[in-house]
Design a protein. Structure first.
Length: 82
């Protein structure tokens, strides 16, 4: 049973989508300073990964009131080459 739970946890972790600070700024139409302040105040849940801030899509959705499913769809669409 433990191996099944571990495999399930691994599947959930691999599906976790994280936004960079730049992506959060772009999606929220805010400056980096504003987003960092929200993180510092605890308004926006974030974690440092490799020394850089990352925000989960559900955390961003909770902070902005945007449906996380909408954000997932935006993240999964590829942008055309510039």
């Amino acid at each position: 049973m433990n191996s099944q739970k571990r495999e399930s946890d691994d599947d959930n972790f691999s599906q976790l989508q994280l936004l960079t600070l730049r992506q959060v700024c772009r999606l929220a139409h805010l400056s980096e300073r504003s987003v960092r302040s929200a993180i510092k105040r605890g308004e926006l849940r974030a974690a440092k990964v490799g020394g850089q801030w990352r925000v989960s899509i559900p955390a961003f959705g909770a902070w902005t009131g945007v449906d996380p499913d909408t954000l997932s769809a935006v993240q999964n669409t590829s942008r055309p080459p510039e």
